[in-house]
Design a protein around this ligand. Structure first.
Ligand SMILES: Nc1nc2c(c(=O)[nH]1)N[C@H]1C(S)=C(S)[C@@H](COP(=O)(O)OP(=O)(O)OC[C@H]3O[C@@H](n4cnc5c(=O)[nH]c(N)nc54)[C@H](O)[C@@H]3O)O[C@H]1N2
Ligand SMILES: Nc1nc2c(c(=O)[nH]1)N[C@H]1C(S)=C(S)[C@@H](COP(=O)(O)OP(=O)(O)OC[C@H]3O[C@@H](n4cnc5c(=O)[nH]c(N)nc54)[C@H](O)[C@@H]3O)O[C@H]1N2
Ligand code: SF4
Ligand SMILES: [Mo]
Length: 578
């Protein structure tokens, strides 16, 4: 049987077999044989079988000739290499070696989790993965802005028999089953963490020994949380103060794990929000203790030398203006849908000479001058890490395709055509990745695996946990309009597979299913068909990530530190189209 791993950008990194179809691997310690809608329908979505130039089918070699000619005739500084997360395999990044050498501009930061990642690094030094064993040993699990049922379903068995608390402006499926659901107003997580910390402080519930030995600057944190007045802050969050007090008590008496998701950090102060949640946890000494910890999307780059790390000129990914470049090389991404202010991205894609290197005729490929078909994950060799658990999956080449090309093959071709040297063989790169892993039976674990992370020390300069004591937040929460929240969709992986076109609103809007609205923000406008849902917070409207229209409304900006997109840093108004 041919074992491989799901390549999609997902916490779970499912192990599976290719027989006639893709089947889950029942022996994998975490994913245990279950695949989701996306992988179960992987072959229902037609993939590119040809290259295209100006809309006409052409041979792959011809496409490579056009690519070479275009790059040789361009000023490298006016060429942008933009790589997304359509496939999470490590070999995707091999193309950086060519583009950096050529002198193109690359990107820095992300559309995804870089804000939260920095928040964690500032407190703990490194964003290590919390091993599943610790989640198993916990008593209380707080699911904070993560829709585990749809984005991380293989963690559900670990929640059995635990007390589950959900903090989310949406009544998600797990919120409906949880012991407690704090349906907070969007963008009030920092305040909630602060109020929980206040209760713990007032009850002197801190872990004194941990504070003394493992942290620094707790006094500043204590002053910081005291600067938030309780009654107005709880009012702003929009929940019952007794619920906040109850949760603070539960956290003091039970082994607690917090599963923090992407939802809390799609804001300008996303770094501080995640650091605040970490600081709350540190106050209780939840690091390095059995059955405790905070798990965000873990850093998969810890513990080995990345062979594809390059020096180059870079622009901020979330804010890049495509129209400033003459040539765009878009790989593994569909920015016409997934970029903030997607209409601006579309203008830039139309203006430049655009090359798309992907597996679908997606919205971006339809606008491209040149489309180069990539091999899918079954047709090339790769390896992928998970950001949700400690297992690493191999993805050996199981079939082939003559019409498509892999990332490594394209890089090799370009190195040869440009007369560059120094590219190692594909096997050598893969061996380098595998050599740093920890083998356990038939499976591999991450090189940075620690049974109980941070039990010895933190990875900051001082070796101590550093509390947050300041936040820069200028968003006008009182301005009129609805918060726009854009969580992940069950049937799509961002823009891939079956996306959802609707705008979900609360019944108090008096809108009805099927009505059409125009929605507008400071950044743009878009039209949607309405779906009414009791599950959405009254002050918010919701569209799923991958909705082809929704990013016309989102800001082309980065967070306070310039790392991440801020998809939810916006309020919108809606008008019924009569
Ligand atoms: N099915 C599916 N799975 C996926 C993906 C997909 O597209 N589809 N995408 C993958 C990717 S790229 C990523 S990054 C991960 C992310 O997966 P998650 O971490 O689950 O993140 P999201 O779905 O973006 O948002 C999670 C939750 O945050 C809530 N939320 C929104 N705003 C706020 C807020 O202000 N405060 C709080 N507390 N909660 C809020 C949303 O209602 C949602 O329930 O999922 C991965 N898995
Ligand atoms: N409003 C809003 N927008 C969001 C988000 C949100 O929460 N709200 N989430 C953001 C997040 S977290 C993320 S991660 C981004 C993701 O956004 P993108 O990086 O654009 O990712 P996808 O939409 O998954 O995939 C894009 C393309 O990858 C290509 N692809 C798939 N496999 C391969 C391969 O093996 N090789 C190559 N060369 N190409 C391949 C396919 O052609 C596919 O169309 O979206 C962001 N956009
Ligand atoms: S998308 Fe996630 S849940 Fe679905 S098969 Fe892939 S790794 Fe598993
Ligand atoms: Mo993401």
């Amino acid at each position: 049987m041919k074992r491989t791993t799901c390549p999609l950008d997902c916490y779970d990194a499912c192990s599976m077999f290719l027989e006639n179809k893709l089947k889950g691997d029942p022996d994998h310690p975490v994913t245990k044989g279950h695949l989701c809608y996306k992988m179960n329908h992987y072959f229902n979505y037609p993939q590119l079988e040809n290259a295209y130039y100006k809309g006409e089918k052409i041979a792959l070699t011809k496409a490579l000739d056009i690519l070479e000619e275009r790059l040789k005739g361009s000023d490298p500084s006016r060429v942008l290499h933009f790589r997304g997360s359509g496939n999470l395999g490590k070999m995707q990044a091999v193309t950086d070696l060519f583009f950096a050498r050529y002198g193109a501009t690359l990107t820095q930061g992300s559309l995804c989790d870089a804000a939260g990642q920095l928040g964690i690094e500032e407190g703990r030094g490194k964003n290590l993965i919390l091993p599943l064993e610790q989640i198993k040993k916990s008593e209380l699990i707080i699911i904070w802005g993560r829709n585990v049922t749809d984005t991380n379903s293989h963690i559900l068995p670990y929640l059995d028999k635990k007390s589950v608390v959900v903090i989310d402006p949406v009544k998600t499926p797990i919120a409906k089953r949880a012991a407690m659901h704090l349906q907070i107003k969007p963008r009030t997580d920092l305040e909630l963490a602060c109020m929980l910390a206040r209760f713990i402080y007032m009850q002197a519930g801190e872990d004194e020994e941990f504070l003394e030995n493992k942290t620094e600057d707790y006094e500043f944190f204590a002053d910081f949380i005291k600067s938030y007045r309780m009654v107005p802050t709880v009012e702003k969050i929009g929940v019952d103060i007794l619920d906040v007090a109850t949760l603070a008590e539960l956290m003091q008496s039970m082994k607690t794990v917090i599963l923090v998701g992407n939802g809390v950090q799609k804001y300008s102060h996303g770094t501080e929000v995640v650091r605040m949640i970490d600081s709350l946890a540190a106050m209780l000494g939840l690091f390095g203790k059995e059955g405790c910890g905070v798990s965000f999307l873990g850093d998969t780059a810890v513990g080995y030398e990345d062979p594809f790390r390059v020096e180059s000129k870079r622009v901020k990914k979330a804010a890049v203006d495509f129209s400033e470049f003459d040539t765009l090389f878009i790989q593994g991404s569909n920015p016409a849908v997934t970029m903030p202010s997607s209409h601006r991205a579309v203008e830039g894609l139309k203006k430049a000479f655009t090359i798309v290197f992907g597996i679908y005729m997606d919205e971006t490929a339809k606008l491209a001058d040149l489309v180069i078909p990539a091999k899918n994950f079954l047709q090339k060799s790769d390896i992928r890490f998970s950001y949700g658990h400690e297992y690493v999956g191999l993805m050996p080449k199981l079939s082939d395709s003559k019409e498509r090309i892999s990332e490594y093959e394209l890089t090799k071709e370009l190195f040869e055509r440009f007369g560059y040297e120094g590219l190692k063989s594909e096997d050598e790169y893969l061996r380098e990745f595998v050599s740093c892993l920890v083998k356990e039976g038939d499976y591999y674990k991450i090189p940075s695996f620690e049974e109980n992370p941070y039990s010895e020390e933190f990875y900051t300069d001082s070796g101590l946990f550093c509390f947050v004591d300041d936040v820069d937040d200028e968003f006008d929460v009182d301005r009129e309009g609805f918060y726009l929240i854009t969580p992940k969709c069950k049937t799509s992986l961002n823009s891939q597979f079956k996306t959802d076109p609707y705008l979900y609103v609360h019944p108090s809007t008096l809108l009805r299913d099927g009505e059409r609205v125009v929605a507008y923000s400071d950044y743009g406008e878009a039209q949607f068909e309405i779906r009414v849902s009791e599950d959405v917070h009254k002050e918010a409207v919701m569209a799923y990530s991958g909705n082809p229209q929704v990013n016309r409304l989102t800001p082309p900006k980065t967070d306070n530190y310039g790392n991440n997109a801020v998809f939810q840093e916006v309020k919108i108004k809606i008008k019924k189209i009569s």
